[in-house]
Design a protein around this ligand. Structure first.
Ligand SMILES: [Zn+2]
Length: 384
């Protein structure tokens, strides 16, 4: 038996007036996900433990059965793990665009990889302290390493949570480390201005020390692969000692190389017992706050990922679980922590006919703790 876990990041949403009080998933044309829901069984699940921010890191770790209360140290360290970078303290370092003191764009007006690399190069050249180093990632997603021990951690805010808000209230808070971060933010303004860059500030957040995870194979006894478009998930994959597969032309947006991602999934299923395919585009358009575009992104996902796979998989020998890691409601333009719908294909059937936030509430699994999902996918035997 093969096990496939499909995670369309941020797909779940709330009712939207513009869509006739329906969710983008309800409005979208999703024959393939509906097929899986109809032929399988469904439920809803809480992927963000009480007291935690609904970040993709928290949600995806929970889905993979890793209790973040024991293992989580921040987003920066996970991304560093993905890239084989080590350091004392690791922060995610966004390149952002701030206008009149307001966080106008957490993605730095979609700065390109090459421009971002040039910015990071310049920051490293101009920096004042040897214990600081910037690492380029993809587009606005870069890293800041601080190789110095500080007594206290800094309280930081993800920039995608404060779109449209004054940054003044959300600058790093705490002791000496926070003070250093604030000074770096201010310092970066001059350098980015000099470069006439699309982003005009750095924004460090999600910092912490490097975590140590159990291996996925030890936990579940299966050989596992991961395909993801973002460093964050790759970091989780590497931390869990999964095979992390790179795909040419993946962009993390709705213009991604769908076929490449789907083909890599099929290839990985030949080598591994378990494959996770995580795609980012739907979450990105949710952050943009465009309901119609989100519907379109879901249509594309259903056709070009789920449909493509269903046409080529041996469905008698594959169990499939599909769920968004968390909702990214259009009305919020950021993540939220309410339950998400999930489906399991390859077990019992229930009466749910389509895959949506509401329909899955009536599913056979009811409401499930996110930490139980891997057990359901790998071991659930309630076969009818
Ligand atoms: Zn996410």
């Amino acid at each position: 038996m093969k096990y496939l876990l499909l995670i369309p990041d941020g797909m779940a949403d709330r009712e939207i007036d513009l869509l006739g009080k329906r969710t983008p998933l309800e409005v979208a044309d999703t024959p393939n996900m509906d097929f899986l829901a109809r032929e399988g069984s469904t439920g809803i699940t809480k992927t963000v433990p009480e007291g935690y921010e609904p970040g993709s890191d928290i949600a995806n770790l929970t889905i993979l059965g890793i209790d973040v209360r024991k293992f989580y140290s921040g987003r920066g360290p996970l991304e560093a793990l993905a890239r084989g970078i080590r350091g004392e303290q690791v922060f995610r370092c966004n390149l952002v665009y701030v206008k009149d003191g307001i966080m106008a764009d957490y993605s730095g007006r979609r700065v390109s990889d090459s421009e971002a690399r040039e910015i990071i190069r310049q920051l490293n050249k101009e920096k004042e302290f040897d214990f600081i180093k910037f690492y380029p990632g993809r587009s606005y997603r870069n890293l800041l390493i601080i190789n110095k021990r500080f007594e206290d951690n800094a309280i930081t805010t993800p920039p995608h949570d404060i779109q449209g808000k004054p940054i003044e209230n959300y600058l790093p808070k705490g002791g000496e480390l926070a003070k250093l971060l604030r000074s770096l933010i201010t310092w970066s303004e001059g350098i980015l201005k000099e470069l006439k860059a699309k982003p005009n500030l750095i924004w460090p957040w999600g910092g912490g020390r490097m975590p140590s995870f159990p291996s996925f194979r030890e936990l579940y006894g299966v050989r596992a692969s991961m395909i993801s478009e973002v460093d964050l998930l790759q970091g989780i994959g590497k931390g869990l000692k999964m095979d992390v597969v790179e795909v040419e032309g993946m962009t993390g947006y709705i213009d991604t190389n769908y076929k490449g991602l789907a083909k890599a999934t099929l290839r990985s299923l030949k080598k591994s017992d378990f494959v996770l395919l995580h795609t980012e585009g739907i979450d990105e358009v949710s952050h943009e706050g465009d309901a119609e575009k989100k519907v379109e992104a879901i249509n594309l996902y259903d056709e070009k990922i789920v449909g493509y796979l269903l046409d080529r998989l041996d469905l008698d020998d594959t169990r499939i679980m599909l769920l968004p890691d968390h909702p990214t409601p259009i009305e919020l333009r950021t993540h939220s922590s309410e339950e998400v719908p999930f489906l399991l294909y390859g077990g019992k059937r229930d009466d749910v006919r389509e895959f949506s936030e509401k329909s899955c509430r009536k599913g056979i699994f009811g409401k499930v703790d996110g930490l139980r999902l891997m057990n359901i996918l790998l071991y659930y035997q309630g076969l009818g």
